[in-house]
Design a protein around this ligand. Structure first.
Ligand code: PLP
Length: 409
């Protein structure tokens, strides 16, 4: 009996991540590569008019049938299958960036005259999307604290969605997603969750009650800081149909080479996330001993206020954290400039360590900061660190030098 190259792997995620989307074996020679090639195309050709008609009919039924390159061929399909497995969804729609996936999901679910409830800890550019585009299309939005009381107060008859992100951007605030989703569903709202932090591996919004999960695969799935890609994943057939038409109509297409890079990145997603998380814990242990550190924002850290929710809902952690430090802005800038192993940059989720200062204006619009920041924290600054796969001994030595440089008068 010839061995099949894909299909029957046990369902554990680390095994699936190695087996989904393997290249098929040639039926004549029985040979084939492990990795699926990047299947680039604009034109899809058919053996006969009958076959074309069949494909068109299946497409009309909403099935994933490529009739044109915009939908993508096998490389795209393999990545979509892998993302569905990660997120626990039925269909995944690819987009050229995480932000494009967010826009696609919001446009799929909102029409003129409708209203969105958005939690105030979401990725900042979601506010920009509303300010620049959605509001012009007659869609209203309120950015509110993720408490049932605040959401209830902002609910309108025309509210259609609850958009959230857990843990939230910047301060990594864990949300009680199951409770928020239950409340939203009582009010017939569709729940869209940004799951870039969890990337399906350590957190699964769809299994916790969300209806659509959006991911910037730019971060941990790509994992090598060389790729922009996003996806929206759903289970409900009506939402899948909405996403399908929006994806097609907006022309949200992804290069096969980028889908291929994302597939390659996903093979080591577990290893990289675990490695970054372990290093981040070690760095947190050092940070906690520094007199200038007034607070660590990292759900896996036992003193983080979201730790219990993290223990309940997440399956692991990653390398992203924020730290409130008793340094003035000039001292913080000196600290950052002094770091040698941490590149200065906005992104995260790659193999390398990164640092930025969180903008005070971004914190101001965040209820979590308002509720938690002591006067000591308010007098200081907040650093964002992505802890990568370098040796943590070296990262700590680098941070130690930079803290000393910042502390100098
Ligand atoms: C939480 C979160 N969501 C979405 C995005 C957007 O992803 P992209 O940069 O691929 O558009 C980012 C990017 O930083 C992010 O941090």
């Amino acid at each position: 009996m010839p061995r099949e190259s894909t299909g029957d792997a046990p369902d554990r995620i680390d095994t699936q991540l190695q087996h989904i989307g393997q290249a098929p074996l040639d039926p004549v020679t029985g040979a084939g590569p492990v990795a699926l090639p990047s299947m680039r195309t604009s034109t899809v050709r058919f053996a006969s008019m009958d076959m074309l008609d069949r494909a068109q009919a299946a497409k009309q039924r909403g099935e994933r049938v490529p009739t044109y390159g915009r939908v993508g061929l096998q490389t795209h399909e393999a990545l979509e299958t892998l993302l569905c497995r990660l997120e626990g969804g039925q269909r995944a729609f690819l987009a050229p960036s995480g932000m494009a996936a967010i826009s696609m999901a919001l446009m799929a679910c909102l029409s003129q005259g409708e209203h969105a409830l958005v939690v105030d800890c979401v990725y900042g550019p979601v506010r920009y999307l509303h300010k620049t585009i959605l509001s012009r299309m007659g869609i209203a939005a309120d950015f509110v604290a993720p408490s049932l009381e605040k959401l209830q107060a902002a609910l309108r008859p025309e509210t259609r969605i609850l958009y959230l992100e857990s843990p939230g951007s910047l301060l990594l605030e864990m949300l009680d997603l199951p409770a928020l989703a239950r409340w939203a569903h009582q009010h017939k709202l569709t729940v869209i969750a940004d799951n870039t932090w969890g990337s399906g591996y350590i957190y699964q919004p769809l299994t916790l009650g969300a209806d659509i999960s959006v991911i910037a695969a730019t971060k941990y799935i790509g994992g090598h800081s060389d790729l922009m890609l996003g996806a929206a994943v759903a289970t409900d057939p009506a939402l899948i149909a909405r996403l399908h038409e929006t994806h097609y109509a907006l022309g949200s297409t992804v290069s096969a080479d980028d889908a291929w890079l994302a597939l390659r990145g996903a093979r080591t997603l577990g290893l990289r996330m675990r490695g970054c998380a372990e290093n981040a814990q070690t760095v947190c242990q050092w940070l906690a001993q520094q007199p200038q550190v007034s607070r660590i924002f990292f759900p896996a850290w036992p003193e983080d206020p979201g730790h219990a929710l993290w223990q309940r809902d997440a399956k692991g952690s990653n390398g992203l954290l924020a730290v409130a430090v008793d340094f003035t802005t000039p001292q913080t800038r000196r600290l950052i400039d002094h770091l040698r192993l941490f590149s200065i940059g906005y992104s995260w989720g790659g193999y390398e360590s990164l640092v930025t200062q969180v903008e005070p204006s971004a914190l101001a619009s965040h209820h979590y900061w308002g509720a938690n920041a002591t006067p000591r924290m308010q007098a200081g600054t907040v650093l964002r660190l992505h802890i990568g796969l370098e040796d943590p001994v070296d990262l700590i030595a680098d941070l130690d030098e930079a803290f000393k440089a910042a502390a100098q008068p």
